[in-house]
Design a protein around this ligand. Structure first.
Ligand code: PSU
Ligand code: MN
Length: 320
């Protein structure tokens, strides 16, 4: 129909996912795989560190003996296992046809596919796509959650929705510090998502190692994470299992310093009317300026560390 957005039935009927050869081989051989997201590449980190970090995460996974599978949507096709050229396009934030690469959650996943558009997948969308292919372990930086001021804005990340109904192990450095972490932890409890603290009894707070919030269990090894996840699913759990890994100590930023920067970044967001999907990328980039790049270095360090631990868990999971 003239005047309406183009809706090509070829796209709407094409529901299959493209799985790169190295990933499909690993799936067939039942060897360990770690899924990785692409929103952090296209919207979470600035250039050029986004590309370097994405490749470093993949290398960290390989070093632990697992196969990395970075997920993104290419011309409407959810693709598992982006190759280096594809990762470069996500890092450049632009499709070859000049279109921008959209941030994809659960609400717009199907429409991005139907439009044949390019999409960077959040934790939520990545979990869904990874699960559809039978991947059991996923790694990110910090999950999305209940935003500060959610009582007014109702802004609660669909990451929580997906964690509540997708059975993967999700390795993260806790919730992003810009969130209301106590409410995020409460929400995870309501959803029935087990929270495991990797060598800590506190929920990790992204840039800081501690939050004062409890976890459901402290684990000391990757084997324990794998074993608890297996038990959770065998006893009827249908949710993700969250493994919270504190940021490596040498990159930690003091809680008080982060809080001051977050207050400033949130005021700037309010002043400029930034809301919804744009909020998280905006706050992360404001924090980088306000801390002279410290948060960026921290974000990179925790992403690579998480990828490495996720790979270790994926290896142990196969042996459970
Ligand atoms: N972790 C990071 N940086 C990021 C994100 C996670 O270290 O940019 C992304 C993830 O893709 C996550 C998303 O799913 O932010 C959450 O966005 P929102 O709060 O709008 O749901
Ligand atoms: Mn949101």
């Amino acid at each position: 129909m003239a005047g309406t957005p183009r809706f090509d039935m070829k796209h709407t009927s094409r529901t299959e996912i493209r799985i790169a050869e190295h990933v499909s081989t690993a799936l067939t051989e039942q060897s360990p795989i770690v899924a990785l997201e692409s929103t952090v590449i296209a919207h979470g980190l600035p250039q050029p560190i986004n590309l370097e970090t994405a490749l470093a995460c993949e290398a960290a996974v390989r070093q632990q003996g697992a196969t990395p599978a970075t997920i993104g949507i290419i011309v409407g096709v959810p693709t598992i296992g982006l190759n280096e050229d594809e990762v470069k396009l996500f890092a450049a934030r632009q499709a070859p046809d000049g279109r921008s690469i959209e941030k994809v959650g659960l609400n717009n996943l199907a429409s991005v596919m139907a439009r044949g558009a390019w999409g960077a997948t959040t934790v939520a969308a990545s979990l869904k796509i990874a699960h559809a292919a039978g991947i059991r372990v996923f790694s990110t930086g910090g999950i999305g959650g209940v935003h500060r001021g959610a009582a007014e804005s109702f802004d609660i990340s669909a990451d929580l929705t997906a964690l509540g109904n997708t059975p993967l192990i999700c390795v993260c450095a806790g919730g992003k510090a810009i969130l209301d972490l106590p409410k995020t932890v409460e929400h995870l409890e309501t959803l029935g998502v087990p929270i495991l603290g990797y060598r800590t009894d506190e929920f990790a707070a992204f840039y800081s190692r501690s939050s004062g919030l409890p976890v459901d269990a402290k684990i000391d090894t990757a084997e324990e994470a794998a074993a608890i996840a297996q038990l959770h699913w065998r006893i009827g759990g249908t949710t993700a299992v969250l493994v919270c890994v504190p940021i490596p100590a040498e990159f930690e930023i003091a809680h008080a310093e982060v809080e001051i920067a977050i207050d400033k970044a949130m005021s700037a967001a309010a002043q400029q009317g930034i809301r919804g999907k744009a909020l998280t990328p905006f706050l992360l980039s404001e924090l980088e300026k306000l801390t002279s790049g410290k948060t960026l270095e921290a974000n990179r360090a925790l992403l690579v560390n998480n990828a490495s631990i996720a790979a270790d868990i994926a290896v142990k999971f196969r042996k459970c």
